[in-house]
Design a protein around this ligand. Structure first.
Ligand SMILES: [Zn+2]
Length: 67
């Protein structure tokens, strides 16, 4: 489908994404604490967020030239 978005994730990023979504879900559902991510996790999730934003047509900054 032309409107689909496909992102390919390495295993570490996929694990980080799973953990982040799971923890946010548990936080919303039951107030469970969200653990602070490591520097490496922040880097991987930040790159994922930027890639997803670009795939959605969003600029990552006012000066973004990735689109
Ligand atoms: Zn950008």
């Amino acid at each position: 489908m032309p409107d689909d978005i496909v992102l390919r994730l390495d295993r570490a990023t996929a694990e980080d994404l799973y953990a982040a979504l799971y923890e946010v879900g548990e936080h919303i559902a039951a107030g469970a604490p969200i653990t602070r991510p490591t520097t490496e996790e922040v880097g991987r999730l930040g790159s994922l967020l930027q890639d997803l934003g670009h795939a959605l047509g969003r600029r990552c900054s006012p000066y973004c030239e990735h689109l």
